[in-house]
Design a protein around this ligand. Structure first.
Ligand SMILES: CC(C)(COP(=O)(O)OP(=O)(O)OC[C@H]1O[C@@H](n2cnc3c(N)ncnc32)[C@H](O)[C@@H]1OP(=O)(O)O)[C@@H](O)C(=O)NCCC(=O)NCCS
Length: 167
């Protein structure tokens, strides 16, 4: 991926500019014999949509360094349409926190249920595969400011846990 070849400072961007959603149909191969979709299948889509947001924001390659607060609140079944909504909450230097919400729709009844949530941390990489600055976040709304403040607290907690687990 060609990224910022002249190393120009990247323009601040609002969370709205990089937000993304992905819609996928769940098939029998995604589920156990009772028809419950595997958590790992949902995680794969969470990682993918969060990666779109991170790369859109950073305008560079970006890789997953952590996933946390993954909650499967309600089951997703074969035949459901799974919609994943993702937005960026917080940027430090190269690291970015992306929040993903999963919603399952029963196509026949039209009923939509929030089935899961997760936070995914990505790191922006330069063309040599080294961490590089991501653009700052342009906080336009009260929600943007609140999510940024909450994201900062969670990131500090992650870094404390990272230090502990690498001992
Ligand atoms: C991404 C990678 C190059 C970073 O290397 P590193 O030696 O950890 O680099 P640093 O210690 O300088 O950390 C870089 C940034 O990542 C953040 N970071 C690293 N691990 C983290 C974690 N577990 N949780 C949150 N942030 C983390 C650091 O805080 C730092 O953020 P900042 O630049 O905003 O201050 C390296 O960890 C890597 O290659 N990981 C594998 C990624 C991968 O293959 N993912 C799965 C497939 S996409």
């Amino acid at each position: 991926m060609q990224n910022n070849p002249k190393n120009l400072p990247k323009k601040e961007k609002s969370p709205e500019e990089s937000s993304a959603h992905v819609i996928v149909r769940m098939f029998p191969s995604d589920a156990n014999p009772a028809g419950n979709v595997f958590g790992g299948e949902i995680l794969k889509h969470i990682d993918m949509v969060a990666g779109i947001v991170a790369q859109r924001h950073a305008q560079s390659n970006a890789v997953t360094v952590s996933m946390d607060s993954v909650n499967f609140i309600k089951p997703v079944f074969v035949g459901n349409v799974l919609k994943l909504n993702a937005r960026i909450n917080y940027v430090h230097n190269s690291s970015m926190e992306i929040e993903v919400k999963a919603e399952a729709e029963d196509i026949v009844t039209g009923i939509k249920t929030i089935t899961g949530t997760a936070f995914v941390t990505f790191v922006a990489l330069d063309k040599n595969g080294k961490p590089t600055h991501a653009p700052k976040l342009l906080l336009k709304t009260d929600e943007d400011r609140q999510k940024f403040a909450e994201g900062k607290i969670r990131m500090e907690e992650r870094l404390k846990n990272r230090k502990k687990s690498s001992k």
